[in-house]
Design a protein around this ligand. Sequence first.
Ligand code: ADP
Length: 371
Amino acid sequence: MNIGILGGGQLGRMLIQDALKYDDEFHVLDPNPECSCAHISIFTQGNFNDKNDVFEFGKDKDVVSIEIEHVSVEGLEMLENKGVKVIPTSKIIKIIQQKILQKQFYEEHEIPSPEFQIILSKEEEIVLAFPFVQKLNTGGYDGKGVQIIKDENDLIKLWDEPSVLEKLVDIDKELSLIIAKNESGEIKTFPVTEMVADPELNLLDFNICPTQISEDVQNQIDKIADQFMKAANSEGLFALELFLDKNGKVWVNETAPRLHNSGHQTQEGNANSQFEQFYRVLKNLPLADTSHFGFSGMLNLVGEENYSGKVEYKGLENVLKLPNTYIHLYGKTDTKPGRKMGHINVLAKSREELMADLIHIKSLVKVVSTS
Ligand code: ADP
């Protein structure tokens, strides 16, 4: 089968890595000829935000999908109109691309997401109570384009762009659920994972599975998953980023219509990885067993502050000596502050052991530059 992927980053790379054991051709469209997928796929240099590039790339493929959601929806619509299979649908990608449409989608389908107000400029009257979070409609990622407005005095910081203002949730835990659906209608979820964020960079730092949640919380999550999949009405692999608040209520923060950072520990921690699962979705194969082995965790290898240029991973030899520890690098030649360069998965017998191992491993490695 000819599989076309828009975007050549690490998510595509790990998909191809897992799927190479089967017999398919992976084609990738990305502007950067040195991207993570460039040398392990049939590569086309082009702009996945340009409708013509997307159409030209996808028109002879059996299926076209994404590993980044900021792609030309118009190009995907042109492919769908030509009869090319696009996973997930252009319709759901379009909704997820824009925070305003995404929030309205949750509201319309009664999926619990924090109370909000939409503004098109900073001149608009604000009716939402303080404190709240401003999220730009487009252009935000990895915590950029998100800021907290605490009170009246903070209003001066407000960005003058179309945004969602959202009630600040008193977060107990940030959770993530990965769900897959194939064309036959089969749906499978991975066990819920817990994300521990780095307060400075706002990049996901540790990711732990399974999380400790009550039956009631699990039931709320199952219900949200069901509501979301019915409303999205699309095959694909989705990551629901959730907040569990201090009153025990679950809210949807946002959804990614693709493979997700919070699913990386499935590579060694589960019977099958999110990448295997997504491959099966693309081919409409029976979905894979998602059960987990003991406790697993993931830490991102992120470019250190003050280092830019050719990457050097300091301390990796020490990590290689450890049992139940697995390094994944993304084939990126240059580092810069905050750039995701790789990750490390760890397996453990208990949550305590896992946390201790993750903190220890984090202290062993540094992503710096040689120059
Ligand atoms: P991005 O799309 O950049 O990942 P998110 O919307 O996920 O942005 O926000 C980044 C982080 O900001 C979240 O992981 C969470 O820690 C915090 N955050 C976002 N929205 C809220 C909210 N309504 N209440 C409290 N914290 C929030």
